[in-house]
Design a protein around this ligand. Structure first.
Ligand code: ARG
Length: 462
């Protein structure tokens, strides 16, 4: 196996040690970022006179050829991507390839590649998050009037609309986008030119390579630049949070598509059958998403544990940040995209949802509020309504089945106009406080949501 070192070694690595340390397979994910990093470095070396203009031009030309021919031509017997690219370059341009690594180390190189790659992946994730948000807004508009039970403790609490419920997911996604945008801003600083740990004696221009690669500025301290992986942890944490929210959403789809609920049906394209039970439509993909959230959390924990206690300066341990990082980014992107498809294809059974708001006593608060508005202290009202609920349960009827006569019998002090607040639609319509489920309040949220979707990227949303 080819290495970029070995002069001081009398004996080669044992094959098992070589195999154990090889990172080429996972590094291939950012081969293009690695080559672009080298192009910027080679240009800067020529501009500063560290190598000649001619040498620089040759290196850049060779590296551009690598970009054009793709990773398929890279050698497979290299220790890592940095070695593979240099070996390929040597095949193309000859001995001058050996000048590319002047004033550079794989320590600043790998740190640069990771940040560069991470930015692209985060941008991709940001874009998909926005796409999913659009689907939520479209479904929320379509279900602006659809009644459903709102729950606390997974027990019917107060009626809401499906539009309101779906917008709650929109806002969770907005926060994810916001987090991603903030991380992109924070991590976009260049380690390149930090060399192994202490900088270099060559008159390099770090600002130039930083701006060539689209970073904001060089990282001020070379030791920090080569040791820091906090942005990797931030990214893993964001992916874990995205997956956690998607798993909650996925669980809703799993539950709501059971015969007991029957609130949603997922399209054939996103359910599977059973090899033994012909009637089955299993929500496998929602289940997998729910399950894979565990993997995303595990990836965060694995890197956090790897970093704990590491002394400053490059440590080979940090090679272990990449497989979990790449896995979590892929997982988050693929899951957001799949959820987009599932939400787009979901058919909500609006009649069943609305029917579920009847007979569930979910307008009991409205009755208590009505009495409180009439001047009864809320605590007393709460108790009076509790008695009414009890009496209804004893008679096996719902609140909305109460007649004026029955109400008079059960609670003589409660006026009969109170009955009009027991309708779930009236209940929803009354909750117009800011952020509430009432139609005006939801219309306002929808306007806010649409304005955010129109805006570029993810700025402070509220
Ligand atoms: N594969 C290594 C990593 O990911 C590249 C840097 C190697 N540096 C070193 N000094 N051995 O961290």
């Amino acid at each position: 196996m080819k290495k970029l070192w070995g002069g001081a070694h009398r004996e080669p690595l044992s094959p098992s040690a070589e195999h154990y340390g090889n990172s080429l397979e996972s590094d291939l994910v950012f081969w293009l970022e690695d080559v672009h990093g080298s192009i910027a470095h080679a240009m800067m070396l020529g501009e500063t006179g560290i190598i000649t203009k001619k040498e620089s031009a040759l290196l850049v030309k060779g590296l551009k050829q690598i970009v054009a021919e793709g990773p398929g031509k890279l050698p497979t017997d290299a220790e890592d991507i940095h070695t593979a690219v240099e070996m390929r370059l040597k095949k193309i341009v000859g001995e001058v390839a050996g000048k590319l690594h002047t004033a550079r180390s794989r320590n600043d190189q790998v740190a640069t590649d990771t940040r560069f790659y991470l930015d692209g992946q985060l941008r991709l994730l940001e874009g998909f998050v926005k796409l999913l948000q659009k689907k939520f807004v479209a479904q929320a508009e379509a279900h602006f009037n659809t009644l459903m039970p709102g729950s606390t403790h997974q027990q019917h609490a107060q009626p809401i609309t499906l539009g309101f419920h779906l917008l709650a997911h929109f806002w969770a996604l907005q926060r994810h986008g916001w987090r991603i945008a903030r991380l992109r801003e924070m991590q976009s600083y260049s380690p390149l030119g930090s060399a192994a740990l202490a900088g270099t004696s060559f008159p390099i221009d770090r600002r130039r390579t930083s701006s060539l690669l689209g970073f904001t500025a060089p990282i001020p301290n070379a030791l920090d630049a080569t040791s820091d992986r906090s942005h990797v942890l931030d990214a893993l944490h964001i992916c874990a949070q995205v997956m956690t929210d998607l798993s909650r959403l996925a669980n809703e789809l799993v539950l709501w598509s059971t015969p007991e609920f029957g609130w949603v049906s997922l399209p054939d394209s996103h359910t599977t059958g059973s090899s033994i039970m012909p009637q089955k439509r299993n929500p496998d993909f929602a289940e997998l998403m729910r399950g894979r959230a565990g993997r995303a959390v595990g990836n965060y924990v694995s890197v956090a544990t790897m970093m704990k206690g590491l002394v400053l300066g490059y440590n080979r341990d940090t090679q272990e940040d990449k497989p979990p990082l790449f896995d979590s980014l892929d997982l988050a992107v693929a899951s957001v995209l799949l959820m987009w498809e599932m939400i787009a294809g979901a058919k909500f059974n609006t009649e069943r949802m609305a029917a579920a708001t009847r007979g569930d006593f979910s307008t009991a608060t409205d009755l208590a509020d009505f009495l409180a508005e009439k001047g009864v202290p809320f605590r007393t009202a709460h108790e009076q309504v509790g008695k009414i609920v009890r009496a209804c349960i004893d008679r096996k009827i719902g609140l909305e089945d109460l007649t004026p006569e029955l109400l008079k019998k059960i609670a003589p002090k409660v006026p009969k106009e109170a009955l009009k607040v027991l309708d779930p639609r009236a209940s929803v319509n009354s909750r117009e406080s800011e952020g509430g489920t009432g139609p005006k309040a939801v219309a306002k949220q929808l306007r806010q949501a649409k304005a955010l979707l129109k805006a570029e990227g993810f700025k402070k949303p509220y």
